[in-house]
Design a binder for this molecule. Structure first.
Ligand SMILES: [Zn+2]
Ligand SMILES: [Zn+2]
Length: 513
């Protein structure tokens, strides 16, 4: 049985793993490549979608699910197994994605026509989305599914609503895919599942080289920024991804509201966010004990007096007249969506506060604002920036390094850990941490093929340990330094050198110990 890494190998997005054996070809996730590398989504798929036996979908996030409509477009008609909430959230996200793709291609084609160029097609259409939705097969958590000699179970990953860790038994081997893994004691999603045996564990590593701030300090930080903003009398803008992150923000605001620490009106300005919140309400018995306690007391964890859902564009524009309010809107990185017109309207006022609650990728408006741009161009207008900014990093739904190592520590039978879904630095740092704890870990390259039965990587003929990989990276960096190519402080390569140094020191300390 072979496992091929078609995405999320030494990078975060584009999760796509092909498990092929006697029982046919199983695809685990088929996500969009994001973060400035989107043109790769247009490259031909490296397998024939029509020949796949089925697709297993860990969760709705687009970096895991976003190319499934493309599989349908290219002839795939088998089942896509996913949990019920994942199916409902995927519908919301896919329809929104197809609409954005259609609008973008219409805009591009107007320009192309004027230049006499042929039009471009969107990656997929709303029709393809409907086709893909018809393939979705709901699976409950912990339910055993058997398909052509392969057994599988979806476990609650505690990452976002509906997210699953997959346990797969095939050809007398057991493979576990974490998809994305939540932290231990997550506020909304509880803790990731206890699994203690496997032959091979495909482990995410988004935060493989760092930890998040504690819940207590995150909550304190959030409350104090809001209190300051209330005193200054301006508006608070919270750019947020409207599925999951926004519901977490609503929950945090509800706690502050009921503890009488925030009494500003809150506007959630997103029709898609409203729909996502309804899905979160519907499945709220799947959340943590903390959330169930609120539900059992007859309250909703995501609603409170003073919260308004805004749907129509006119209602959204009317928010310009609100003097003091908290406005939550997408997109989370300010590269589109309704947050843009709120920013355009309020960035020039020094009483405005912008609170970032998620990662801001390079090249986005969010990143430019955090980096201190004094003026930005928004919706065709130059706007001077006088607002104050805050970044709250602790609302992440991913396990940090300590929790990833702790979760991996539950396995009792020495499986091979295959570290994916992390930037190279992060994946190598996690694999190295696993090895320091006496485990076996590898970090595959894009397109790499792992023979699960023999535990060999086909292209290299050997399983290269993560530490050997790290040493090779260091060797390469040193060589270029010696050749006189300067490594700029703050650059990714400088970061790599620093991480290498820290890892070597850590390894040395463990040796000495
Ligand atoms: Zn995710
Ligand atoms: Zn992901």
């Amino acid at each position: 049985m072979k496992l091929t890494f078609f995405g999320a190998a030494r990078e975060v997005t584009g999760s796509c793993f092909l498990l092929s054996g006697q029982e046919g070809d199983y695809l685990v996730d088929c996500g969009l490549v994001q973060g400035g590398r989107e043109e790769r989504n247009r490259e031909p798929l490296p397998f024939d979608p029509a020949s796949l036996s089925c697709v297993l979908l860990t969760h709705a996030h687009l970096d895991h699910s976003g190319r499934i409509p493309l599989l349908y477009r290219q002839g795939f008609r088998g089942p896509v197994y996913a949990t019920g909430p994942t199916i409902e959230l995927a519908e919301v996200l896919w329809l929104d994605t197809a609409k954005i793709m259609r609008e973008e291609s219409e805009r591009a084609n107007r320009k192309r026509r004027r230049k006499g160029q042929s039009p471009v097609e969107p990656l997929y259409s709303e029709e393809d989305v409907k086709g893909a939705l018809s393939l979705l097969e709901p699976v409950a958590y912990d339910e055993l599914v058997s398909r052509k000699g392969v057994d599988l179970v979806f476990r609650n990953a505690a990452h976002i609503l509906g997210a699953a860790v997959l346990e797969i038994w095939a050809e007398e081997k057991k493979i576990v895919f974490t998809g994305d893994l939540g932290p231990f004691f997550g506020v909304m999603d509880g803790s990731p599942p206890v699994i203690n045996d496997a032959d091979c564990v495909v482990l995410e590593s988004t935060y493989g080289n760092r930890d998040h701030r504690t819940l207590e300090s995150t909550r304190q930080e959030f409350a104090s920024v809001l209190a300051e903003a209330a005193q200054e009398g301006g508006k608070v803008l919270i750019p947020s991804f409207v599925v999951d992150r926004a519901q977490r923000v609503l929950y945090e605001l509800s706690l502050l509201h009921f503890n009488a620490r925030v009494d500003l009106p809150v506007f959630f300005d997103s029709p898609m966010g409203k729909r996502a919140t309804e899905i979160y309400e519907k499945y709220r018995t799947q959340f943590s004990g903390e959330i169930q306690k609120i539900t059992l007391s007859g309250k909703s964890p995501f609603q409170f007096p003073g919260l308004n859902f805004v749907s129509s564009p006119q209602e959204s524009r009317d928010l310009n007249d609100e003097k003091q309010a908290i406005v939550i809107a997408g997109s989370g990185m300010c590269n589109g969506g309704r947050i843009l017109h709120h920013l355009k309207h309020s960035l020039w006022k020094d009483s405005t506060r912008v609170i970032f609650v998620g990662y801001q990728a390079g090249g986005t408006l969010g990143r430019r604002l955090i980096q201190g741009a004094s003026s930005v161009r928004i919706l065709g207008e130059d706007v001077v920036v006088r607002a104050k900014f805050a970044t709250i990093n602790g609302f992440s739904s991913h396990a940090g390094r300590t929790d990833l190592l702790r979760w991996a520590g539950q396995f009792k039978n020495n499986p091979l850990f295959v570290v994916v879904h992390g930037e190279e630095e992060s994946a190598l740092a996690l694999a190295s941490g696993l090895e320091l704890e006496g485990k076996r870990a590898i970090v595959p390259y894009p397109g790499g093929v792992l023979d699960i039965s023999r535990e060999t990587l086909a292209e290299e003929g050997e399983v290269v340990s993560a530490q050997v990989s790290v040493l090779r990276e260091i060797e390469g960096a040193l060589r270029s330094l010696q050749e006189g190519i300067p490594v700029k402080e703050g650059s990714p390569r400088w970061g790599l050198l620093r991480s290498a140094l820290v890892l070597l020191q850590e390894a040395q300390r463990k040796e000495d110990y």
